[in-house]
Ligand binder design. Structure first.
Ligand SMILES: Cc1cc2nc3c(=O)[nH]c(=O)nc-3n(C[C@H](O)[C@H](O)[C@H](O)COP(=O)(O)OP(=O)(O)OC[C@H]3O[C@@H](n4cnc5c(N)ncnc54)[C@H](O)[C@@H]3O)c2cc1C
Length: 470
């Protein structure tokens, strides 16, 4: 092929990029393109923090490409309208891109393939974001997995492909196609950015990976549950934006593991297992797309959730009166990030203490999170609510006090985000109501509900579905 457009989407990098590698191998000229979709400005999934991270990552991509002699073309609009016109304008025969797995994105890609084909252009999609996709890992009966442990075992029996090489320097003269300007910040498209988000771009991702593999990965198993400890990789926004390739992470993990003591190797294995959870939920999304609309187990769509708006607002704003829940929500609102342990705690609290539908929480997370990803978010919410694949059983209800005491034993994380509680000793920081006088002086809110009471209501709510009474 003479000219191919490489359409960057969730693969904003020049290393370990499958479709880009193929484009350069098969075409004489490759035009790198990014479309700032109309849908990035509004819609249920749009969030200012994620958009800020995306904009930074596109800028970084533009610089990385320029250093290699490529000029990134940016256009604003709707991909299905723009792509056939751009093929004609650039004299391209085909568009290459890496595959997306969300049902809406797959429908859009099918539509685009049809439009391009009709206009006489090719459209090729490549597996890039995951090691194993869709139906590549199946049970012995040929069915998609719904339980993680056997999925993970089967996932590991396949050899992991090597990372693709970094894009090489471009020879000869480049093109001079014009670009549209990108918004400088989400504020410009009417999405006020109130959060301080982590730095985007491929270099930031590779630096995070380097630092994590140089030490923290070895203690990952021991540290990963403690929000006040910097014990996890922080790679999720990069995996979501595609500023790092999964094969690169796994190759570095392999290298780290080869130098590890047996105890350290187990940290590496736990980390790999988390990366497999990511692929588990992506295959759930593909094979059971109904999870985007309701419970994986449809009988749980009959649960009689509460629609208490005041409780929901207290949860969103971090003023439920439960310190670990409030600290986690305030951290999310200020940074667009939240530790995995805390995500489980606040999700359980919303669904099993406040008895509010997991979809309300799922939507709120998508608005706030820098790493907001349909598959992992839906999987995490349905796991916590007890409605999903391999979910926590409905009667497993986290106690927010004992979770706080166990995973933030000195209250370090709580003190960082709930300064009203600074004066409480370690043994009271997770249950400040035990000192009513100090609580009244602190201005910290009283509990919106009593955990012990709500626990019983939650069990009754699930039981009603189980016995067919709901
Ligand atoms: C209610 C809820 C909602 C969640 N929403 C999201 C989301 O929108 N986007 C998202 O990327 N993750 C989500 N997770 C999973 C997890 O909390 C984050 O991936 C993790 O906190 C990211 O931090 P990290 O990169 O430091 O993770 P690390 O601990 O360093 O893990 C490495 C990578 O493994 C993957 N991973 C780790 N845990 C999980 C998991 N439980 N499920 C799927 N993948 C995982 C992520 O890609 C992560 O970057 C959610 C979990 C819950 C309980």
């Amino acid at each position: 092929m003479k000219t191919v457009i490489h359409w960057f989407r969730r693969d904003l990098r020049v290393s370990d990029n499958v479709a880009l590698t193929e484009a350069v191998r098969r075409a004489e000229h490759v035009i790198p393109l990014f479309i700032f979709e109309d849908a990035f400005r509004s819609g249920p999934d749009v969030g200012a923090a994620r958009l800020a991270f995306l904009l930074q990552s596109v800028e970084s991509l533009r610089k990385n490409l320029a250093e290699l002699g490529y000029s990134l073309v940016v256009r604003n609009g709707k991909s299905s309208d723009l792509l056939p016109k751009l093929c004609a304008e650039f004299g391209a025969q085909a568009v290459f891109a890496n595959k997306r797995y969300e049902p809406y994105a797959q429908r859009r890609d099918e539509q685009i393939a049809g439009i391009l084909l009709q206009a006489g252009f090719g459209f090729e999609l490549f597996k890039d974001a995951v090691v194993w996709e869709e139906q590549e890992v199946l049970t012995q009966a040929g069915k998609p997995f719904t339980v993680f442990t056997p999925y993970s075992r089967a996932w590991k029996t396949h050899a992991i492909p090597a990372a693709k090489p970094r894009l090489g320097r471009r020879e000869g003269r480049g093109h001079s196609f014009p670009s549209d300007p990108l918004p400088a910040s989400p504020n410009e498209v009417g999405l006020p950015l109130t959060q301080t988000v982590p730095p985007g771009g491929e270099r930031a991702a590779l630096e995070l990976l380097r630092r994590f593999m140089a030490g923290p990965v070895y203690d990952y198993g021991a540290n990963r549950n403690f929000p006040a400890v910097d014990g996890t990789s922080g790679l999720s926004p990069h995996l979501r934006a595609g500023t790092i390739g999964i094969r690169t992470i796994l190759a570095e993990l392999n290298r780290a593991r080869a130098q590890a003591t047996p105890a350290q190797a187990s940290g590496c294995d736990v980390f790999q297992s988390e990366l497999i959870w990511r692929e588990f939920y992506l295959q759930v999304l593909h094979n059971f797309p109904h999870v985007t609309k309701g419970a994986f187990r449809p009988e749980y769509d009959r649960l009689a959730w509460s629609d208490n708006q005041a409780h929901f607002a207290a949860w969103c704003e971090g003023r439920t009166g439960y310190p670990i829940v409030d600290a986690a929500m305030r951290c999310l609102n200020a940074t667009g990030t939240m530790h995995n342990r805390l995500r489980m705690i606040v999700a359980m609290f919303l669904t099993k203490d406040l008895l509010i539908h997991w979809q309300w929480g799922e939507r709120y997370f998508m608005k706030q999170l820098v790493d907001g990803d349909m598959a992992a978010n839906n999987g995490g919410w349905q796991w916590s609510a007890g409605t999903g694949t391999d979910a926590a059983p409905y009667f497993r209800i986290f106690n927010p006090v004992s979770q706080g005491e166990k995973f933030d034993p000195e209250g370090k994380f709580v003190r960082q985000w709930v300064p009203e509680l600074a004066g409480f000793a370690d043994d009271l920081i997770h249950q400040p109501w035990e000192n009513p006088l100090l609580l009244a002086r602190s201005k910290y809110p009283a509990r919106v509900v009593l955990h012990e009471e709500q626990r019983g209501k939650c069990l009754a709510m699930f039981k009603a579905v189980k016995t067919g009474a709901a």
